[in-house]
Design a protein around this ligand. Structure first.
Ligand SMILES: Nc1ncnc2c1ncn2[C@@H]1O[C@H](COP(=O)(O)OP(=O)(O)OP(=O)(O)O)[C@@H](O)[C@H]1O
Length: 240
């Protein structure tokens, strides 16, 4: 698989009636097998950038070259559906079934395996809309895992999860990368960023990709979040 390349990419929103939002131009080449954590304060533009890379909103300028299909996990709370958890997860394979009337048994089996991998096999037959927020998040991550995409874009995959499920999701993200996929995942949980291969940080008027040790140094964390802390500002965990 080849890489994901962003060339002078300007992601942003054209607001109706209000001021536009635009990020600074970004050049980035992500290698197959790489996990890049995307961090920045609320409203910094993480969702906007992920949606632009996914092709869901157009770039204001520049180019995105994708090495193959892209799978996208929307931000928490964005999906509502009356299907069972199993069928919603299996629908991640719908793009592979363009000429067939429905999901095949192997799609259902892939979804069942993805739910089991995330330790929520018992949710398979429950209606998605009646699950807790964290359970819904795990089902949507299962839907992403079955897509067999070259690029996986995840908007806050660890949000809403208890520590054990957060660990299972992080291990599964690593497994996606080990299969040669490119993972770009936003998170407010800085220890996750510390374990990534690179960190893409969005500040007030800058955007920068760097090694975790640099991106998460006390100076950079202060520049990003305006807080003085030796570890993660939210949980206190060490960042190195
Ligand atoms: N649909 C939209 N139309 C216009 N502006 C939007 C839209 N969605 C978000 N914005 C604005 O774009 C900017 C970036 O928002 P975005 O959701 O990308 O931030 P974020 O970094 O993902 O934030 P958070 O950490 O709070 O989820 C914000 O100023 C926001 O108000």
């Amino acid at each position: 698989m080849s890489g994901l390349v962003l060339e002078a990419l300007v992601a942003g929103r054209v607001a109706r009636g209000g001021a536009d939002f635009r990020l600074p131009p970004l050049d980035l080449a992500a290698r197959p097998g790489e996990v890049i954590a995307l961090i920045g304060p609320n409203g910094a533009g993480k969702t906007t950038l992920l949606k632009t890379v996914a092709g869901l909103i157009p770039p204001l300028a520049g180019r995105v070259s994708r090495p193959g299909p892209v799978a996208y996990l929307p931000p928490p709370g964005a999906v509502s559906a009356g299907f069972s958890a199993l069928h919603l997860a299996a629908l991640g394979r719908a793009g592979r079934r363009r000429w067939s009337p429905g999901l095949a048994p192997e799609d259902i089996e892939a979804a069942r395996a993805a739910l089991a991998r995330l330790e929520v096999a018992d949710l398979a037959d429950r209606p998605f809309d009646r699950l807790s927020s964290g359970q819904q998040q795990l089902v949507l991550i299962a839907r992403l895992f079955v897509q067999d995409a070259a690029v996986c874009l995840l908007d806050e995959p660890l949000a809403l999860l208890d520590p054990a499920h957060a660990q299972a999701v992080e291990a599964a993200i690593r497994a996606l990368a080990a299969e040669g996929r490119i993972v770009l995942a936003s998170s407010h949980h800085l220890p996750f960023a510390a374990r990534a291969d690179r960190v893409l940080a969005i500040g007030p008027d800058w955007i920068e990709a760097a090694a975790p040790a640099h991106a998460l140094s006390p100076d950079r964390v202060r520049a990003l979040f305006g807080v003085e802390t030796p570890g993660c500002p939210c949980c206190g965990q060490a960042l190195s």
